[in-house]
Design a protein around this ligand. Structure first.
Ligand code: MAN
Length: 371
């Protein structure tokens, strides 16, 4: 589907690493692997705020037969080294450590969050708030804070992030009354549960969220089922946005009829439209090491979000090689668009996505698409 406005608004070269939270903690040179997967919300002054994931990597990760990774520890940052002959580096985002009995990995970058203020239409950068960057503060996020999603619920903002550490790979909540100061509320979903999208409003007096628990084992649907076994977008409810009970009915599941959404996860926080809750989510078609990521939409019943009122098997957004062509020398993967934010823009929605795990893409999508 073509959209009238669709462009990259922020890219690695827009980040000044002299102002990175990692600066001064070790000697080795770093670079921005990606500035992507932005949370998005509207500020009280009418401008937009993107919370950009800055994935910062060592310029020379391999030294003396070892591959190194960055780790937060006690307010500082340290480098750890693994013998090269014990790791598999086929995925540029991470390396797998062999011989552990489980799949054990480390990351080639450490992510922190950079608040970038955009004009009201999302198309130009107004300010970059380095002094408000969000970096790891606890051992459960010692390998980074990733993929912010911001929901406005009443007069509070709730921001979920993915925290990465050897303790667990979990979802962490931050809250704010002004979108300036963020309080770290701690872990709200346990291991292997990320892509948490809190609905922008209560349903039946409760907070609602989409979750995406990940396992490496699923049970088969019967052979003639319309569903395909695998990761799905589940639902949970909470009295306080901290304690979540999984909802008993399934949420959005992969259809057996297509391979394009064989893996899936939530994208942008569900917001209320005249037809129900609009949710943008990602479907992944297995292909190569990483797969092809596209954005899809569904509308969920306003009183029971486990009921899908409308959806489209055609993607809403697809990877856009024409947008990343000018950044060709910085690309390290392709075929990925990963939507992470949405705000109302009047007759359209302003949608924020990460493009190729590299840059931030803003698309204006006409409301009539979902009518
Ligand atoms: C996956 C990808 C990466 C991310 C890690 C850890 O490998 O989503 O971008 O860094 O998980 O969350």
């Amino acid at each position: 589907m073509m959209h009238a406005v669709d462009r990259l608004v922020f890219a690695p070269d827009d980040v000044d690493l002299a102002r990175s939270p990692l600066r001064g903690h070790f000697e080795d040179e770093t670079y921005v692997l990606g500035a992507f997967n932005p949370g998005l919300t509207r500020l009280p002054n009418g401008n937009l705020l993107m919370m950009v994931r800055v994935a910062e990597a060592l310029r020379t990760p391999i030294v003396g037969g070892h591959i190194r990774a960055i780790r937060w520890v006690d307010g500082g940052y340290a480098l750890d080294a693994w013998p090269l002959d014990q790791v598999d580096t086929s995925d540029p985002r991470k390396f797998m450590i062999r011989g552990e009995g489980w799949k054990v990995m480390a990351l080639t970058s450490l992510s922190w969050l950079l608040p970038v203020e955009l004009a009201a239409d999302g198309l130009s950068v107004v300010a970059i708030h380095y002094d408000r960057a969000i970096a790891p503060r606890a051992s459960y996020q010692c390998y980074g804070v990733e993929d912010a999603r911001i929901s406005r619920v009443g007069d509070r903002w709730l921001m979920t992030t993915c925290s990465v550490s050897p303790e667990r790979h979990a979802t962490t909540l931050y809250s704010s009354n002004d979108v300036v100061e963020w309080a770290l509320e701690g872990i709200v979903l346990d291991h292997q549960n990320k892509d948490m999208l809190i609905f922008e409003g209560l349903v039946g007096g409760k907070y609602w969220t989409q979750t995406r628990p990940l396992g490496d084992l699923y049970f088969a649907y019967p052979p003639d089922s319309e569903w395909r076994a695998g990761p799905s977008i589940n639902l949970a409810t909470s009295p306080d946005a901290l304690h979540w009970k999984p909802y008993d009915r399934p949420g959005i599941r992969p259809h057996a009829a297509t391979n394009a959404t064989a893996r899936m996860g939530g994208g942008a926080p569900p917001l209320l439209t005249p037809r129900g809750w609009l949710t943008l989510w990602h479907g992944v078609e297995p292909s190569g090491v990483i797969g092809i990521y596209r954005t899809y939409w569904s509308i969920l019943d306003r009183d029971d979000p486990s009921v899908v009122v409308a959806t489209d098997h055609a993607p809403l957004l697809e990877p856009a090689p024409a947008l990343t062509a000018p950044l060709a020398d910085q690309m390290y993967l392709d075929n990925v668009v990963f939507t992470t934010g949405i705000v109302d823009g009047g007759d359209h929605y302003v949608v924020a996505s990460g493009e190729a795990d590299l840059a931030c893409r803003i698309t204006h999508i006409a409301k009539s698409v979902f009518a």
